[in-house]
Design a protein around this ligand. Structure first.
Ligand code: ADP
Ligand code: MG
Length: 328
């Protein structure tokens, strides 16, 4: 009899122990974007320590991949374009190597060297007419992921032509979110969300054991979530930053550049990718934007554990084959 009572007490204690964990969230501007860091923790002090760990890691990565900071490894690669190979950390070398592989599977729709066009398009409202065609052509000649020369033994990166440039705008936030998550998991944090202004990376569950869920919004109707998902894929990334676009001759262009033409892509206004890693999801969201609905979905349907939801400029919603969306 006594035993039975003890058993009951134990269970109750167990449950109240589980419930004692709570969610803690802090917001920061990191990598020029709004980040929201959420962790499951026992108390405020523990949560603050975890969140600081994640924040430091994201700031460290920002220093590594920044194109604005003239002292970053990335800037050094760009400054030495057409001059000499630059020795970089293994971390940056590996990131560039993985980026090359994503370029290959996306037939160059995702391309780190897109950055050669950055002087032409400003996306700050000042572009009203098509920039000079010769200028665009000249910049496109400096684009080409296959031209990046990587030497693994020496850990060097060489951009063979003057004016070539790499930029991590389409993959950096995803990479940072993956790293922050890995660090916190290694610390024993049981659950959390790294939200890098819409690039979302989760692990574990909510404190009550239920899965994280995410709502997808149609940019044509921002008030309404059209679909809720529980996050089995961990990472979900949306490209389609509705604030950054240009309008030329009545047509709306995104801040994502088609590396083949040097012209911003149009047609798709929102692209959401589900994947196990935020880095891949981030790069694929950009690539799918450039590839368009048909080629984009064709690619996504061939990749394991990767799904997509696309919205075109008429508000029509498309999804990869394993996603069912209820439309109304
Ligand atoms: P956001 O940063 O708004 O979430 P993305 O993740 O799609 O959107 O990244 C867009 C950024 O990626 C651009 O601002 C630019 O820095 C960079 N970029 C643009 N076009 C390409 C491209 N074709 N390949 C790789 N990077 C690109
Ligand atoms: Mg992206």
């Amino acid at each position: 009899m006594k035993r039975k009572v003890l058993f009951v007490v134990k269970i109750i204690l167990g449950i109240s122990f589980l419930n004692a964990q709570e969610l803690f969230t802090e917001s920061y501007t990191l990598m020029g974007s709004a980040f929201e860091l959420t962790v499951v923790a026992d108390d405020e002090a523990e949560a603050q320590e975890y969140i600081a760990t994640a924040k430091n890691e994201i700031e460290r990565i920002e220093l590594l991949i920044s194109s604005w900071d003239s002292n970053s490894e990335t800037s050094s690669i760009n400054q030495n374009a057409g001059i000499k190979p630059v020795k970089v950390s293994k971390e940056l070398w590996d990131l560039i190597d993985r980026s090359q592989q994503i370029s290959k599977i996306t037939s160059g729709a995702f391309d780190l060297t897109f950055a050669a066009v950055d002087r032409i398009w400003k996306f700050d409202g000042s572009d009203v007419e098509m920039p000079n065609a010769d200028l665009i052509l000249a910049s496109v000649s400096k684009i080409g992921y296959h031209q990046i020369q990587l030497n693994e033994k020496k850990s060097t990166v060489f951009l063979p032509e003057k004016g070539m440039k790499i930029g991590f705008g389409a993959i950096g936030k995803g990479y940072a979110a993956d790293r922050a998550k890995q660090l916190l998991m290694a610390r024993g944090v049981v659950g959390g969300i790294i939200n890098a202004s819409g690039d979302i990376n989760t692990w574990g569950t909510q404190p009550d054991g239920s899965p994280w869920t995410i709502g997808i919004i149609n940019p044509m109707n921002k008030e309404k979530v059209f679909s809720w998902f529980s996050l089995e894929h961990n990472a979900v990334v949306t490209s389609g930053n509705y604030e950054k676009f240009v309008r030329i001759g009545g047509k709306r262009y995104s801040h994502i550049i088609d590396p083949r033409t040097g012209i911003p892509s149009n047609g798709i206004i929102s692209c959401t990718i589900f994947a196990t890693k935020a880095e891949l999801a981030d790069a694929l969201a950009t690539a799918t934007f450039v590839m368009g609905v048909e080629s984009g979905l064709f690619l996504i349907d061939q990749l394991p554990n990767t799904e997509a939801i696309l919205i075109d400029d008429e508000g029509i919603i498309y999804a990869s084959k394993n996603i069912q969306i209820e439309k109304d």
